[in-house]
Ligand binder design. Sequence first.
Ligand code: NAP
Length: 293
Amino acid sequence: MSELKVDQLLIIGVGLIGGSFALALRELGIVREIVGAGRSRENLEKAVALGVIDRYTENFPTEVENSNVIFVSTPVLATDRVFAMIAKENYRHSIITDAGSVKGCVVSAAEKHFSSDYCGFVAAHPIAGRENSGVGAATGDLYAGKRTIITPSNQSGDDAIETVRQLWESVGAQVSQMDAFTHDELVSASSHLPHLVAFGLVNYIANHSRSQECFDLAASGFYDFTRIASSDPTMWRDISLSNADDIIRELKGYINNLEKIISQISQGNGDQLQEILNVAKVSRDYYLAQWTK
Ligand code: NAP
């Protein structure tokens, strides 16, 4: 394996995910120059002040040709427009990758905008993050020990996959591969469902007839369960609309399970109810033990 060196990295969307990627790579000295791009000048100036990027541009298409790697870490629904803008430039010598939480729509956008014989596009998803967003939340150790899933497509050549794999491994991630369809199906249950359930729960309490009193009595259980409802609503709107079929299926399955719980409670069926709760506890304990190994 040759030593990984990147002359110029262009990060489009310098928030939690893009900023953390930049910070980790800067600490390693793998990249000569990191250029940031995004929506607001304010965020980009903050990124320079925090030492996350070397400089920023308000016109990223001018940087495409000179960037060896282009990392797109905007909310998912912005990806199509970003790819369309990149595709108007000379992008063929660049590796283009992303960090979106949904992969099918990103792969489709790449197929729509980049030439069919281009082999530098590699979609990826770091299974790492937190509820805080923006460059101020970025940390250099966000990806250490966490997983990143690469979802190769027809436009992913071996060299490009290897470079993207090395970049993620260098920042401490454990990299694996699966197709975009499987990825979206699995994360709709493991990630998208819990986030929407947390948002739904807090929304329900916020609209409750005795909302303030409910919040006043909320303790650590409420805090633990709802932490991720503090995540960025724009990001979760985009994820929900981009992975709609999978998410709707999982939400319906979950509602069905809640109906079973309602049914056992309303029938006063303690044994059946306890069985449901036992399966949940044993499963979570097992999962936690695996996770903290
Ligand atoms: P974030 O902290 O809100 O950062 C997003 C960045 O994208 C911001 O700097 C924002 O700029 C910029 N941006 C927003 N819309 C844009 C547009 N239309 N064009 C150009 N730039 C735009 O979000 P994040 O948590 O880093 O998430 C970024 C991506 O990573 C998302 O696709 C998300 O699905 C994925 N992801 C997130 C997590 C997580 O836990 N947060 C985990 C894995 C993957 P301004 O600040 O100027 O608005």
